[in-house]
Write a protein that binds this ligand. Structure first.
Ligand code: C5J
Length: 218
């Protein structure tokens, strides 16, 4: 089995039971002038993941392992957006630079050009921060016999963390790639990664993508 140098211990995986999860690499979060930036965030903190993610996708696509992308967003009538979320995110559904913010079918809701999914890759639309809540992700993973997830995307302390915590509770072993996840807040990026691998890997492992790419390219 391939083994990647990771924290807190090496991460072992096999090509038949491992999937790549790419979380919310959407224009609304990553494009200059978009929703994320309009909230006062520095999108460069997220955009630094694009180069490593492109290299990872290229290597991963040369294997038979599945790739699953997620997008956070809502139906145009917001019927799947809990009032409590809307109360603290009143911009959701409002017109923005790239269409209605976080609304399915709008330009800003879709994945950035650099990381567009291929036709054979699954895209899971999720109304929450976690990728399991109110989605068919569990069915998709079960159908493919997946037991391990390599997790990438944004943001580290919100949608990546929520998903990895949920996945861990459901019995998946998760490897988070430090250079392929991003937070608008450098201190959250650092703490978010440390939390995953602390206490013997309380809910996962952390590694750098070149170490993984080297293993899957063997
Ligand atoms: C946020 C996400 N931060 N994808 N979404 O609202 O992490």
């Amino acid at each position: 089995m391939p083994i990647v140098d990771a924290q807190p211990t090496p991460f072992e995986f096999d090509l038949d039971t491992t999937a790549l999860l790419v979380i919310d690499m959407q224009r609304d979060f990553l494009l200059p002038g978009g929703f994320g930036e309009s909230l006062g965030n520095d999108v460069a903190q997220l955009r630094r993941t694009i180069g490593p993610m492109k290299r990872l996708l290229e290597a991963w696509r040369a294997t038979s392992m599945p790739i699953i992308h997620t997008r956070e967003g809502h139906k145009p009538d917001l019927s799947d957006c809990p009032p409590a979320k809307l109360k603290r995110g009143p911009m959701i559904g409002q017109p923005g630079t790239f269409g209605k913010i976080l609304i399915q079918g709008e330009y800003g809701h879709d994945i950035i050009d650099e990381l567009q999914p291929l036709e054979n890759e699954v895209v899971v639309d999720k109304p929450g921060k976690g990728a399991f809540y109110a989605t068919d992700l569990e069915e998709v993973l079960t159908k493919d016999g997946i037991k391990r997830l390599v997790v990438t995307g944004v943001t580290t302390e919100v949608c990546v963390h929520t998903t990895v915590r949920e996945a861990n509770d459901r019995g998946y072993e998760c490897l988070v790639l430090a250079d392929c996840v991003g937070s608008y807040f450098p201190e959250f990026q650092q703490a978010g990664l440390r939390m995953i691998a602390a206490q013997g890997g309380i809910f996962g492992w952390v590694a750098e993508s070149p170490a993984l790419i080297e293993e899957i390219a063997r």
